[in-house]
Design a protein around this ligand. Structure first.
Ligand SMILES: [Cu+2]
Length: 68
């Protein structure tokens, strides 16, 4: 299992937090996703044999947020 922390722009409230976490957790290979609104980051625990950072980033941008 790997952990990555991505910087995400545009998350402002609990709804944004839930949207980003849900978009990530529904992906195969993602164990957990946790947004820190103050830091504008999301910490993702994932299986690199199943999913990679490109897919994680795409899921976030598809949910309407910008990955830096
Ligand atoms: Cu919001």
């Amino acid at each position: 299992m790997s952990t990555t922390v991505l910087h995400v722009e545009g998350m402002t409230c609990g709804h944004c937090k839930a949207s980003v976490e849900k978009a990530l957790k529904t992906l195969d290979g993602v164990q957990n996703a946790s947004v820190n609104l103050d830091a504008k980051t999301v910490s993702i625990d994932y299986d690199p044999a199943v999913v990679d950072e490109g897919i994680l980033k795409k899921a976030i941008s598809d949910a309407g947020y910008e990955v830096k």
